[in-house]
Write a protein that binds this ligand. Structure first.
Ligand code: C2E
Ligand code: CA
Ligand code: CA
Length: 767
């Protein structure tokens, strides 16, 4: 029969062993010194407990004595491992090895000494005491050395207490309890031990307290404490979260709401309010059959509108039973406003608040798709010479004007229509055809234009109207159509409206055709250089003007007037001009190679060329490539180059002139800045068209003008070419004016190069 107290000690040992095994398997001990220390503690305590169990169950005194020694050794090691545990738990003196080495060394020596007790009995003596009822115990008498052992044990105890106390008092707040709990527990164990020593029971039950204490410490350190700490942290986090959290149990009773939720929905904190609201929140949402869902809601709180992302989640336990649910409300008002603002910025023009081009195109498509039975028109308008307004009145005034334009349009159009500022001064409106009247637009525009009109300036707004008959066509072509109508209003000085009709449509189509064919035509050599002779007063041809002809495979020779303005408008002209200049330079070089070096060629330069190519590089490159003198190429420019970036253009012309090219001012007198041009441009030759002077109709005045201009040119050391000479009378008259050269149908039309050479250079070729 096992005696009861032996059984208790055996069970205690088993429980400790089981706890150790549980911790070792449940927690990853490899990387965690704290777990390791608790396992060590349990193992050592188990061995110690078993040793004591042996003492109280063994009848053989010698064996009991040895087991008792082992028990004391165990106490040493329990304290050593506890010290190790305290260091790991508190992270005080947990690094470094010198102090542990000393305590461990003393513990080893003490252990050896204790184990030798059976030989010398220097620590204690056991004596078996048998009671009359047959019970027996070992009586334990201490010797001198026992005090050494005890002192060592209390030093270890003191170290543990110091470490735990230090940590307890240096830690603040929620963490202090972690250390205080262990300290109190430890002190309690020691106290029980002291009490036992004091009362000297026959049975050392303090071992059981140690065992229970060790298990409690293990549980507290590894399970309870981290869990409560995590709970504390989580509840603090949820309290402080910038979203409202409300949770309900399985009966829809509100069990938790964080501060944010209270502030938002229920300042009084009365949870029943949440329960009432919960019913409303769930209305219309299928929260019974699904485990989570989300939606957007708008709430007015303190008269302000808030937008929330609401999430509803159900919680189930491990076995899948419903436990409750929670709602989270994220305030997305800021994001929503930022998104709306960003959307507005991306779709609207910042200055006028009108739609921008891209969103207008989308809007038009949408309107047409959504209202298939409504007929629409596209109205576009722009301000004539808007650039001039910028220059005359300044950018701020021009901006104000655009805002007024937009406001005027906005005021006139009603829902079902839409408008945009496409760019600069170009506006577009799409509206149902039935609502359109000319007055609708003109009254608005007249009002706007009056705003700027003054003695020097009259503002003109032009409106183009395109009837959307082809709803599936790209919106851009509808807008193009309206602007094409505007282009057809030429020379108007009052606000005008034009309509995109069959004529315009036809013109538009043919322009598109030309542009579509242009590149290919250039590649396949459909463009030919024609030369028109320029004769001097003795009838000698020392100059020719290079004029382009498009030899179209189907349409025959096409006049440059049908495609040059279009190429200029679209910017493609430079491609053609580069080709023509090359042809001209090449021909001059060819003539030189044939021994003819008294003839040069004038080439035409379009104002757009200044923007698309580096004229200096191109022309110097050409004369180098063909090794010809620069004065053999005469560069014809018109006063249109003065329209924009005058300074830049002048700089280019000056550098070309410096290099040796001769500059001709073409069509002198056709524009408005001719005299200014004479002053500024370093030209060598002035070219004037008879047509501008209508010499036949108004003979006298025309002649006077020609004479004056020629005198002026001479004074500026320029030569004069009169072009457009068609009749003998004109020639006769011009002979006496001092003009240097004449050009015109009277002498010859622009001729194919071969023909020109045959007629004017033949003699030279033969020589
Ligand atoms: P432009 O530079 O003023 O060229 C003179 C135009 O007047 C030529 O028309 C020529 O054929 C025409 N013409 C010559 N003599 C007479 C005459 O006695 N009476 C009348 N009524 N006209 C005469 P074309 O060749 O049709 O060229 C028209 C315009 O096209 C040119 O005017 C020029 O501005 C432009 N152009 C022609 N070829 C080129 C080119 O290669 N590059 C550039 N950029 N423009 C060119
Ligand atoms: Ca010309
Ligand atoms: Ca001309």
């Amino acid at each position: 029969m096992i005696r009861l107290h032996v059984l208790i000690f055996l069970i205690t040992s088993f429980v400790m062993l089981a706890s150790g095994v549980y911790i070792a398997t449940k927690h990853k001990i490899k990387n965690n010194k704290l777990n390791m220390s608790i396992i060590q503690l349990l193992v050592v305590a188990t061995i110690t407990c078993l040793a004591y169990t042996f003492v109280i169950s063994s009848h053989v005194l010698e064996k009991a004595e040895l087991a008792y020694s082992l028990y004391f050794v165990g106490i040493d090691w329990i304290l050593i491992t506890f010290l190790y545990y305290a260091r790991q738990y508190t992270k005080i003196w947990h690094e470094g090895y010198s102090a542990p080495l000393i305590t461990v060394s003393i513990a080893v020596l003490d252990s050896i000494s204790l184990l030798c007790n059976s030989k010398w009995h220097h620590a204690f003596v056991l004596e078996k005491m048998v009671f009359p009822n047959g019970e027996w115990f070992y009586d334990f008498t201490i010797s001198d050395y026992y005090m050494v052992h005890l002192t060592f044990c209390y030093i270890l105890v003191a170290l543990v207490v110091v470490i735990l106390a230090k940590k307890t008092f240096t830690t603040s707040g929620v963490h202090r309890n972690r250390y205080l709990a262990i300290l109190v527990l430890f002190l309690g164990l020691i106290l029980l031990n002291v009490l036992y020593l004091f009362f000297s029971f026959p049975l050392d039950i303090s071992m059981c307290f140690y065992a229970i204490g060790t298990i409690v410490i293990g549980y507290y350190t590894l399970l309870y404490n981290p869990k409560t700490f995590v709970e504390y942290m989580l509840s603090t986090i949820t309290e402080r979260m910038e979203c409202a959290l409300i949770s309900f149990d399985e009966n829809d009773i509100c069990i938790y709401s964080n501060q944010f939720a209270n502030r938002l929905f229920c300042p009084s904190g009365d949870k029943r309010i949440f329960e009432d609201r919960f019913k409303r929140w769930r209305q219309g949402k299928d929260t019974n059959s699904i485990s989570n869902t989300s939606w957007n809601d708008i709430y007015t709180i303190n008269d302000e509108e808030y937008r929330f992302d609401v999430h509803f989640n159900k919680i189930y336990d491990k076995r899948g039973y419903y436990c409750g649910c929670y709602l989270s409300f994220y305030d997305v008002t800021g994001d929503f406003l930022a998104y709306e603002e960003e959307k507005y910025r991306n779709t609207h023009d910042a200055l006028t608040g009108a739609l921008n081009k891209e969103s207008f195109y989308e809007e038009v498509k949408k309107l047409l798709d959504e209202n298939p039975t409504t007929e629409y028109i596209m109205c576009c308008c722009n301000i004539k010479g808007f650039k001039l307004i910028n220059d005359m009145f300044g950018v701020d005034e021009a901006d104000k004007l655009l805002v007024r334009c937009a406001d005027a349009i906005r005021e006139k159009i009603k829902p079902g229509a839409s408008f945009a500022r496409l760019e600069a001064d170009r506006f577009a409106v799409i509206m149902p055809k039935v609502r359109y009247t000319e007055e609708l637009f003109m009254t608005g525009m007249n009002k706007v234009s009056h705003y700027l009109n003054n003695a020097q300036y009259r503002m003109t707004i032009l409106v183009g109207v395109y009837d959307i008959y082809d709803r599936d066509a790209p919106v851009i072509s509808m807008v193009d159509g309206a602007f094409l109508a505007i282009d057809s209003i030429k020379g108007s000085f009052k606000n005008s409206i034009a309509y995109y009709g069959d004529m315009l449509r036809h013109e538009y189509m043919s322009e598109q055709k030309i542009l579509g064919e242009f590149e290919d035509a250039l590649q396949t050599g459909q463009f030919a250089m024609f030369l028109q002779p320029v004769v001097d007063m003795n009838g000698k041809v020392s100059l020719a003007e290079a004029l382009v002809r498009w030899i179209h495979p189907d349409r025959g020779i096409i006049s440059p007037l049908s495609f040059i303005p279009l190429l200029e408008k679209t910017g493609y002209i430079y491609k053609l001009d580069l080709y023509m200049w090359d042809q001209a330079a090449k021909r001059v070089a060819y003539w030189e190679s044939m021994g003819i070096d008294d003839i040069s060629v004038s080439v035409n330069i379009s104002v757009k060329d200044f923007y698309y190519v580096d004229l200096f590089d191109v022309f110097t490159g050409l004369v180098e490539k063909y090794n010809i003198a620069p004065h053999k190429l005469k560069l014809e420019i018109t006063e249109s180059i003065f329209m924009t970036e005058k300074e830049r253009q002048l700089e280019i012309l000056n550098s070309l002139k410096e290099y040796g090219f001769l500059i001709e001012i073409d069509d002198f007198g056709s524009g408005f800045s001719s005299l200014n041009m004479l002053k500024e441009v370093p030209a060598d030759i002035l070219k004037m068209d008879m047509a501008f002077l209508s010499i036949d109709k108004n003979a006298n005045r025309g002649r006077k003008i020609i004479n004056t201009i020629i005198t002026l040119a001479k004074a500026l050391e320029m030569q004069v070419i009169i072009e457009g000479v068609e009749t003998k009378e004109q020639l006769d008259y011009l002979s006496g004016t001092g003009a240097d050269f004449l050009q015109g149908y009277y002498f010859n039309k622009p001729l194919p190069v071969k023909k020109f050479e045959e007629m004017y250079l033949q003699s030279s070729f033969i020589n």
